[in-house]
Every structure is written in structure tokens, then in C-alpha cells.
Design a binder for this molecule. Structure first.
Ligand code: ADP
Length: 803
């Protein structure tokens, strides 16, 4: 019942008093009229003040009516039953009116209260609608919600990701320190919130005693006895947390109150869910953007060192407080490629620290472990004991890592084609949220893309390097053959294919011994031990085509196989041999005429013998001839030297080849051996030629000399001259020993002489034809031979006609 207001009390006294004043205005007032007026006064008092003022007004009115208006007037003696009836009527009216209006007022109050509740709920909804972060949702609920629930304080706990613990994420209105030690607690610990979540049902306790009876372990917690409501926050049929409301007093939780709390909890749950979704969506978008940016970056360049460094910078600060990339060097050691942090000073500090504490490849955790095992390490919560373990007893290091306030870490390996190239590390400190499985997935995806970019870059570099090497190998004159550990040919450069007389495309992929005819020789003599070098050795190789070739071979084992370097030294070898042959020949050639000259001179000088003129002439002739021969040999050697040094002067003259040939023949006739006849056959129309006349003379003399020398059985030597197009053609034809066809090319080489068996011991230096060829070619002419063994030779010299 509502307490009577001052207005009601005033009406209870003043209204009857005012009516009583009518007594003064009239001498014969109507008792009925007065009675009605008093009745109105009673009604007014009951309306304004309720039951008590109505009752008081009834009494005052009864007294007023009796005293002023009921005859005998001005005394209080009750005189009839009418008066008694009036009193009863006053009372009844007072009671009825006060009841009637009281009821109306109550209904109004209730309507007002309901509307206030609706407004408060509305306020909660409005604030929740504006909330976009979890904290804003929680703030909205624990401020507006607590008020709406008529509670004094409120708190929200959310289930952790693993569903094992409850984290108190927001609270309001409690005394300080009430949650100390209760920031996070296990779900299965007997608590009202834990049970509300587990059973997905609300708990209402009118007093803390009631709560303590249900949850004895909470007994020590609360202060004075008060009401408590705990409700689960249910999203899609699953409890994600709980909300608690604490009331300032004992409270009866009627259906309305329970329904209101349930509505609040439902709103809270939906808002939390919405914000979580929003957060997840935002985080997903952020991750996708990051991944897209990272992919673009990774694809932008083949300079993977720079790209990875850029990637670490891209990850900071959104994805990580610290981001670093470590790579495995070719020697197997782990090197930090890049580290990123928002603060450059921190980066410098981290680099110094990295130098001071280089990674130990056998370390049981962290980057070395991730690289070794090719498995990611995910530490959502970096606990202190982990730091202690990581510091491995180094107090200073422990202090440093503790100071960093590291919270959460992900290290993922960069794996390509089954090989760990390095690792990517993401670390967050306490300023950022913990990593979740989703972050691990993102990091793994990022690592996968980075590894493939690095691998591509490495392959490309390798290919380029190989391309360079292949290009170089294709052009070097030295042969290079690469054979793997199993003896299979991996590559053969063109020079090697030429030297070994094989087709590179046919031998690559085959075993060297099986595919390359002469390989066993190389394998036996040049194959190095593992990691060793062998050679060079010069080996005579008999090739598939039967040809023999001298090849200098050296082999280097590089672990995965052997690379052989081959050089064809056949030419050098032959030259070497011809040179030593020449030394022998030349000394023999020089000694023979010298001995003859010396012998003749000594004979002439003998005093004990007296020579007649004829004998003397014979000896003098011999001296002359041998000296001539000596000078011929010496001048050939000198001429060769001059030719080789390019110091032989050349006169460009026009002269008659026929006259020249005839004069050579005339000189030869002077000391022609017996059995030989020289003939010249010249066409009439041979024009002048151009060149060095003296040198051509030497060439023809040489050929004539040879024709005579190599016709030991005697015979005709014919010189034929005719014109062949723009050339004068001089043929020197003999019918002497002849030259085997496979030697015909070689006789023009320096020092080359046929086997003495074939030349029947005819003397010579092997220089004559070499000199002839050189001289003719200097005149833009040509020289060739056509011969048959045992049937003579035809040497042909052609010199250009003068124009
Ligand atoms: P040499 O001083 O030995 O004669 P050449 O260079 O003039 O040197 O000749 C080289 C070789 O060619 C000779 O050793 C000889 O075997 C061969 N030869 C040259 N001319 C004739 C020829 N007319 N008949 C046969 N063999 C010849």
C-alpha cells in the first residue's frame, strides 16, 4: 500500500474544515447538502491520500456534520440513526475510493516499471548494435545490462579455444580484487558459471547462502547475503561462455525477472557471436590481403634474398611483432637472412643478439629443429618454463627473452622438393593477440609459397649458371665429359665428342664404358679417387673408327661424379716426334757431307802422298758438291725459320714461268746423276705470271731435285707447262718410288719424311715440300701431288697469271 501523501493529509483536514465554514454563512443550512459536501471531502481525501487520510476525513466530516449541521446545532450529541448512517457512508466511501485509486496507481506504476525495463533493454540493444570489438560488446552488456537486470555488478566469462578454461573477459561493479586468481579457471571446477556453461542452464540464487549451499567451494568468496543470477551464453545451441549478475540484496527471481535475464543473456550471446564473426571475417580478410600481397611480392623478383627480407617487413606489425627468415647455407649452417620489427633499433639489437648467439643446428627446438624435422612449431602461449628451456641455462639470455614479453610464436619450415631451405618465424608479444590454428595455417601457406618462390629462384639461377657453363663448354676447345657416380655419362661437350669420335646425344645417359669405345683406357688411367684429382696423363686412344689419337686426360672427383678434361695432343705429339726425328735426320744429314768434305780436305793435305791433277779434281769436286749440299740443308733450315717467323721478304714481280723452268732444268743438268733424263714440255701461249720469281725458282728446283732423288733407278723426269684458267700450271713428273696415297697429304708438313724403307734411305730433311707449299701459297698459288707407290709421282704447282 502506498503511503499517503501530504496532499491527502491536507485534504483530510482542510476539505471538511472548509465545509464546516458554511455554518457561518447560513442560518439554516441544509443538513443533506452539508452531508453531500462532506462526502465529497472524504472522497477527495481518500483519492489524494489513500485509505488513512480518507478515514481521518470521515471522522472529521462526521464530527463537522454533527456539530455544525445536525440539529440541535453546535453540540456533539448524537441524536438519531441518520447520523450513524452518515458516518458509515463516509467510511465506506473513504474505503472504496481509496482502494479504487490505489489499484489504479499500482497498475500505472507497474506499467511505468515495465516501460522502464523495456527502455533499459532497448538501451542494451542499441549499445550492442554499435559494438564492433569484443571489448565494446562486453562493456555494453556489463554497463547497460547490469542496470537493465536491476543488478549491482556483472561479469562475463568466455570459454577458451580449447574449451578447457573460462576466461573472465569483462566485469563491472564488483569490489576490486574480487577476481584476483579467478581471471581464468578450469571449466570443470565446480563453479556456478562452469555448471551453467556445461549444463547450458541458468542458475538463480536468491541469497549467497543459497549459492554456497549449492557450491560449497564458493563459500569463502562472497560478502553480505545477496542474489545471484548466472546464465549461459548460447550460440547456435552451444554455450560459448556465461554471464553473471550480482544483486545488492536478497531477491526473489520470479518468472519475469528470469525471463529478463534470459533475454539479456541471449542478446549478449548473439552480440558476442556477431562480433566474433565480424572479427573472424575481418581477420580473414586481413589474412587474405596479406597472403595476396605476399604472393605478389614473392612473384615479383628472382632476387629471393631481397624478397624474403621484404616479406618479413610486410608481416610486421599486422601478422607479427617480430618476423624473421633463416636460411640453410650450402655448408649446412643456418644463417639469419632477415629480421623485421617496427622499431629499427630493435632490429639492430636483434641482429647483434643473433651474432652473439648463432643458431646451433642440433638445438632441440626453434628454427634448427623446424629445419631439421621439417615440421612447424606452434606455441600459442609462451610459458616462462619454455623460455627457461630455450635459454639453456644462460641467465643473461633468459633475462633478455623475458623482457621481450613474448606471448605466442609460430615457426614454419620453408620446404621445396623435400628439402628444407630455411624457416619463417612469427612472434607476437603481449601487445597482440595469441596465435590461433588459423594463423598457423596462414603461416604454413605463406611458407609454402615462399619456399616455392625461393626454389624457383634457385633453380633459375642454377639453370642460368648451367646455361652459361654449357655455353662456355660448347665453345672451349678442350673436351669435358661429366660422369656420375655410377659411371653414367651426364654431359659431353662438342670438343669431347670430337676428340672421342662419338655423338653426344647417343652417349649421354649411357655408361661411359659401354658407350665410348676408348673409355676403359681413360677409366684405368685417369679415374680419380673420391674427392681427388688425377692426371693429366697422355693416353693413346683407339677410337671406334680405328683412328689412334693421343689425348691428355685429367679427372676431378667432385663428390657427385667425375669431370674429365680431355685435350687432343695428337698433333703436338706428332710434331714432337717429327722434331726429334728431324734433329736426328738433320744431324745425320749435316754429318754426312761434312764428313765427306773433311775427308777430302784431309786427303788433299796429306804430304806423304802426291796427287795428280785428275785425282785432285775429283776430290775438289766432291768438296764442292758436299759443301753445296750442306749449304742447301742449312739454307732450308734458315728459310723455314724465316717462314715461321713471317720474316721472309716477298717480291711481287711479273715473269715468264717457261723461261724460269728452263733455267732450273739447265742448272740441274749440270750435276745430273746418270740414268736420269730431264725434259721440258711447254705450251706456246703461256702468259706471264705474278709472284716472287726467285721463290718460285726454289720451288721448282726442289721438285726437280726430289724427282731425281726419289728415282734411284733412274728414268725420265718431265716438266710440263700449260695454262689452267687464270693459272700457269707446272707439272713435275717422275717415274720413281712414288708415295702411298694415305701419306700424300702429310708430305707437305714440316719435317715430314716417308719411312726410310719407302725412300730407300734417300737423304733429306723433310723441309723441302713444306717450304715449297708455303712459298706457293704466298703467291696465291697452289701445290698438290698425284702419285702411286712404285710408279712415280706428279707434283703440280699452279701460280696465278699476271693480269
Ligand atoms: P726431303 O728432304 O726428305 O726430300 P721433302 O719435304 O722434299 O723432304 O719431301 C718429303 C718427303 O716426301 C720425302 O721424304 C719423300 O719421302 C717424299 N717425296 C717427296 N718427293 C717425292 C717424289 N718425287 N717421289 C717420292 N717421294 C717423294
Amino acid at each position: 500500500m502506498r503511503s499517503p501523501t501530504a496532499l491527502g493529509w491536507a485534504a483530510a483536514f482542510l476539505a471538511p474544515a472548509a465545509i464546516s465554514a458554511l455554518d457561518a454563512l447560513s442560518h439554516r443550512p441544509s443538513t443533506q447538502l452539508a452531508g453531500f459536501l462532506y462526502l465529497f471531502a472524504v472522497s477527495l481525501a481518500a483519492y489524494l491520500g489513500g485509505f488513512a487520510p480518507g478515514l481521518v476525513a470521515s471522522v472529521v466530516s462526521t464530527l463537522g456534520l454533527a456539530y455544525f449541521f445536525t440539529p440541535p446545532r453546535h453540540d456533539l450529541i448524537p441524536n438519531n440513526g441518520d447520523q450513524a448512517g452518515g458516518v458509515v457512508l463516509f467510511f465506506i466511501v473513504a474505503i472504496l475510493i481509496s482502494q479504487l485509486f490505489e489499484r489504479r496507481r499500482q497498475v500505472q506504476r507497474e506499467a511505468e516499471a515495465a516501460s522502464a525495463r523495456a527502455n533499459r533493454l532497448q538501451a542494451v540493444t542499441a549499445r550492442l548494435a554499435e559494438a564492433v570489438t569484443p571489448q565494446q560488446v562486453l562493456d555494453a552488456i556489463v554497463t547497460e545490462g547490469v542496470e537493465a537486470a536491476e543488478a549491482r555488478a556483472g561479469a562475463i566469462g568466455l570459454l577458451s579455444h580449447d574449451g578447457e578454461t573460462i576466461d573472465i573477459v569483462a566485469q563491472r561493479g564488483y569490489e576490486q580484487n574480487i577476481f584476483v586468481g579467478w581471471e581464468t579457471f578450469p571449466l570443470d571446477r565446480e563453479t556456478p558459471m562452469g555448471r551453467a556453461i556445461l549444463e547450458e542452464t541458468p542458475f538463480f540464487f536468491s541469497t549467497s547462502a543459497e549459492r554456497n549451499a549449492a557450491f560449497p567451494n564458493m563459500a569463502g568468496l562472497s560478502g553480505p547475503s545477496h542474489g545471484l543470477a548466472i546464465l549461459p551464453l548460447v550460440v547456435e545451441g552451444r554455450a560459448v561462455g556465461g554471464i553473471a549478475f550480482t544483486f545488492p540484496r536478497e531477491i526473489e527471481f520470479d518468472a519475469d525477472r528470469r525471463a529478463l535475464k534470459a533475454t539479456l543473456a541471449q542478446q549478449a550471446a548473439q552480440a558476442i557471436d556477431r562480433v566474433r564473426l565480424y572479427e573472424a571475417e575481418r581477420a580473414l580478410r586481413q589474412r587474405m590481403t596479406f597472403l595476396a600481397d605476399a604472393s605478389e611480392l614473392l612473384g615479383s623478383s628472382l632476387d629471393y634474398e631481397a624478397t624474403l627480407a621484404e616479406l618479413t617487413r610486410l608481416a610486421v606489425p599486422e601478422m607479427a611483432t617480430w618476423c624473421s627468415v633463416d636460411m640453410v647455407a650450402s655448408d649446412g649452417s643456418i644463417r639469419r637472412l632477415a629480421v623485421a620489427h617496427e622499431d629499427p633499433e630493435r632490429i639492430a639489437w636483434a641482429e647483434r643478439l643473433g651474432d652473439e648467439y648463432p643458431p646451433d643446428p642440433d638445438q632441440p627446438m626453434g628454427v634448427p629443429n623446424v629445419i631439421r624435422t621439417m615440421t612447424a612449431e606452434f606455441v600459442p602461449d609462451i610459458a616462462d618454463d619454455l623460455l627457461v628451456e630455450a635459454a639453456q641455462g644462460d641467465e643473461r639470455l633468459l633475462e633478455i627473452v623475458r623482457e621481450l614479453g613474448l606471448r605466442s610464436a609460430i615457426t614454419v619450415p620453408l620446404v621445396a622438393r623435400g628439402r628444407a631451405l630455411g624457416a619463417l618465424s612469427l612472434i607476437r608479444d603481449e601487445s597482440a593477440p595469441r596465435y590461433t590454428e588459423v594463423d598457423l595455417d596462414l603461416a604454413s601457406e605463406l611458407a609454402r609459397r615462399a619456399a616455392s618462390a625461393v626454389d624457383n629462384a634457385i633453380l633459375y639461377r642454377e639453370a642460368e649458371r648451367r646455361g652459361d657453363a654449357t655455353r662456355a663448354l660448347a665453345h672451349v676447345d678442350d673436351g669435358v665429359v661429366l660422369v656420375d657416380q655410377d659411371g653414367v655419362v651426364v654431359s659431353v661437350n662438342p670438343a669431347a665428342a670430337r676428340i672421342l669420335a662419338v655423338d653426344a646425344s647417343e652417349v649421354v645417359g649411357e655408361t661411359a664404358i659401354g658407350a665410348i669405345g676408348a673409355w676403359s683406357e681413360i677409366d684405368d688411367n685417369a679415374k680419380p679417387e673420391r674427392g681427388q684429382t688425377r692426371g693429366p696423363v697422355t693416353l693413346p686412344l683407339v677410337l671406334v673408327d680405328g683412328a689412334e689419337r693421343w689425348v691428355s686426360v685429367s679427372g676431378v672427383d667432385f663428390g657427385d661424379g667425375v669431370v674429365y678434361a680431355l685435350r687432343d695432343v695428337t698433333e703436338e705429339r706428332l710434331l714432337e716426334r717429327t722434331r726429334s726425328d728431324f734433329v736426328a735426320t738433320a744431324s745425320h744429314e749435316l754429318r754426312t757431307p761434312l764428313a765427306a768434305v773433311l775427308g777430302a780436305v784431309k786427303t788433299l793435305r796429306r804430304e806423304d802422298v802426291s796427287w795428280d791433277a785428275e785425282q785432285r779434281e775429283v776430290l775438289m769436286d766432291m768438296i764442292d758438291r758436299e759443301a753445296e749440299r750442306l749449304s742447301g740443308i742449312v739454307s732450308q733450315i734458315l728459310l723455314t725459320g724465316q717462314l715461321d717467323a713471317g720474316r721472309l721478304p716477298f717480291e711481287d714481280e711479273r715473269f715468264d714461268p717457261v723461261a724460269l723452268t728452263k733455267s732450273v732444268v739447265d742448272s740441274a743438268e749440270l750435276h745430273l746423276p746418270s740414268g736420269i733424263e730431264l725434259r721440258v714440255q711447254a705450251k706456246d701461249d703461256i702468259p706471264l705470271v705474278t709472284g716472287d720469281e726467285n721463290q718460285l725458282r726454289q720451288v721448282i728446283a726442289n721438285l726437280v731435285d726430289n724427282a731425281i732423288k726419289y728415282s734411284p733407278q733412274g728414268g725420265d723426269v718431265e716438266l710440263r707447262l700449260n695454262r689452267n684458267g687464270q693459272f700457269a700450271r707446272i707439272e713435275v713428273v717422275d717415274c720413281g718410288l712414288g708415295i702411298p696415297s694415305d701419306e700424300q697429304d702429310r708430305i707437305f708438313e714440316k719435317f715430314y719424311r716417308l719411312d726410310p724403307a719407302l725412300t730407300r734411305g734417300v737423304n733429306g730433311t723433310g723441309l723441302g715440300l713444306y717450304i715449297s707449299k708455303e712459298l706457293v701459297e704466298r703467291m696465291n698459288g697452289r701445290i698438290s701431288v698425284d702419285s702411286e707407290l712404285g710408279r712415280g709421282s706428279t707434283f703440280v704447282v699452279e701460280v696465278p697469271l699476271a693480269v
